[in-house]
Write a protein that binds this ligand. Structure first.
Ligand SMILES: [Fe+2]
Length: 163
């Protein structure tokens, strides 16, 4: 079985996770767009389902990044500050999620102000999460891609094929 460098495996996981988070971004935007057309119970249910899915995917992904991917990034960059801004963004994303969870959408006909606030929070969350993913891809994937391959276990060096 081939031995892959840790950075290559992490890069693959990160890349796949971000592709699935792009679907979360699309749902956030769609929910913000249609929020004003839904009645209270339907809007509350739509937002709750969306947040449940975000919790299940995004929070687990952020925990993995903080425990596995960011330390590797700091090691490759040779500084503990490499991932610091990204960690702060995770805190901001978690706070926004908590705010969305706490939104009071009222009864059958939610107050227009509550809907406007919810839409603002959804768009803010969309913008911050989208920006965060882009920064991670620029910062982390660049470092992880640049990681040289692990030396062969048999001590031999890889030879470029002749052209
Ligand atoms: Fe992240």
């Amino acid at each position: 079985m081939p031995q892959y460098p840790v950075a290559l495996v992490e890069r693959h996981i990160l890349d796949r996770a971000h592709r699935s988070l792009e679907r979360v971004l699309a749902r956030l935007e769609t929910t913000a767009e249609v929020a004003g057309t839904l009645g209270g119970p339907e809007l509350a249910g739509t937002v709750r389902t969306l947040l449940d899915d975000v919790d299940a995917t995004l929070r687990a992904h952020m925990a993995w990044e903080e425990q596995v991917c960011y330390p590797e990034t700091d090691r490759l960059a040779a500084t503990p500050w490499a991932s610091q801004v990204l960690r702060l963004q995770h805190d901001q994303i978690s706070r926004l999620l908590d705010q969305l969870r706490a939104a009071d959408l009222g009864g059958a006909e939610p107050h227009q102000r509550a809907v406007s606030e919810l839409r603002g929070q959804l768009y803010a969350f969309h913008a911050i999460l989208g920006s965060h993913l882009e920064q991670e891809e620029r910062a982390l994937l660049g470092l992880l891609v640049a990681e040289p391959a692990a030396p062969r276990a048999d001590g031999l060096e890889e030879v470029e094929p002749r052209r």
